[in-house]
Design a protein around this ligand. Structure first.
Ligand code: GDP
Length: 308
């Protein structure tokens, strides 16, 4: 097997790739404690030392709605540096393939639904996501430009609302699903109401990180096109349905309050999954209920030793 490098191996997607990678695969993992990917020299040195043939690039600086609104500058700076350095270091050290991750949250705010892989640059992103979205879009540009000029077989995949074990469960800066698991845990423990941001009406496509990992292992071996590939099932769930499911799985019997004074963000962002279906017609996504059950069990067993 070719030697593979995994960046961000303690993160949501990275840790799932690590869990799903079989023993036969030659996978080396790096964490942010081992190498600062915002530092170009350190990134090149790490690749020269490890000499991977292929890279799963799962490292990123991420936030949910709150984090994106409060830190547009930091999220722009860190993601531009991390992505530029990883792809450039891969090019100069002769890495054959890099799989990087985009997200539907970086797509244009006013876009035709369902979102297609090809509409990524057809308009500005939602204002709540200004810094992160512009930085992440450059992964697509850099990968394609390097393919055109240097023949690098660098590919990209688009996640939707990902969640799972080792997520960031921060109450202010995390994504909706992990923050709501954490809030539900605290409300149940303290006998308090559960307060949910916004109206509960927005729709999201929640995808379990373990499914992203399984698709990533396949794509690294088999997918060679320059256009990104959507990694989703295309099924939407409202925030209200999500909260009810989390409450059920965590056995929370208290009151659920929707706080309309908090932002709803984008109303919906459904994805067009026809290209993935063409490549992987038999791929079975984990059901939302089962995936939430695994995540809430992991959260409860790990608390307070979680990222938050
Ligand atoms: P997005 O999909 O990029 O907008 O990011 P999120 O995962 O943060 O989802 C945001 C949606 O969930 C919005 O409609 C929020 O109003 C709603 N939401 C409800 N409660 C929470 C919460 O505790 N944290 C976050 N981040 N969003 C919440």
């Amino acid at each position: 097997m070719p030697k593979d490098l995994l960046t961000g191996s303690e993160g949501l997607v990275g840790s799932a790739i690590k869990r799903h990678s079989s023993k036969e695969r030659d996978l080396v993992c790096v964490t942010k404690k081992q190498v600062d990917l915002t530092d170009f020299s350190a990134t090149v040195k790490m690749m020269e030392d490890l000499r991977p043939e292929r890279v799963f690039h799962a490292a990123a600086a991420v936030g949910g709605l709150g984090g994106n609104m409060r830190h547009p500058g930091e999220l722009f700076r860190k993601n531009i540096l991390i992505n530029f350095n990883v792809l450039e270091a891969a090019r100069v050290t002769g890495v054959k393939r890099v799989l990087s991750y985009l997200s539907t949250c970086i797509f244009p705010d006013k876009v035709e639904y369902p979102m297609k892989e090809t509409s990524l640059h057809e308009g500005p992103p939602h204002p709540s996501n200004f810094g992160y979205a512009h930085a992440k879009r450059m992964i697509d540009i850099q990968s394609r430009a390097y393919r055109m000029e240097y023949g690098c077989d660098f590919i990209t995949a688009v996640g939707t609302n990902l969640f799972g074990l080792n997520d960031n469960f921060n109450l202010l800066d995390g994504h909706a699903l992990p923050s709501l698991i954490h809030k539900t845990y605290l409300a149940k423990r303290d006998g308090k109401d559960l307060t949910v941001w916004g109206s509960g009406k927005p729709l999201r496509e929640f995808v379990f990180a373990d499914d992203i990992a399984r698709l990533s292992l396949w794509a690294m071996d088999e997918y060679h096109e320059e256009t990104p590939l959507m990694f989703s099932h295309g099924e939407e769930t409202s925030i209200r349905e999500l909260v009810e499911l989390i409450a059920k799985k965590m056995n929370f019997q208290g009151k659920i309050i929707f706080d309309d004074s908090k932002a709803d963000g984008q109303y919906r962002k459904p994805s067009d999954v026809s290209k993935l279906k063409k490549f992987q017609p038999d791929f079975k996504f984990t059901s939302l209920e089962k995936a939430i059950e695994q995540t809430t069990k992991w959260f409860t067993a790990s608390y307070p030793n979680i990222r938050m």
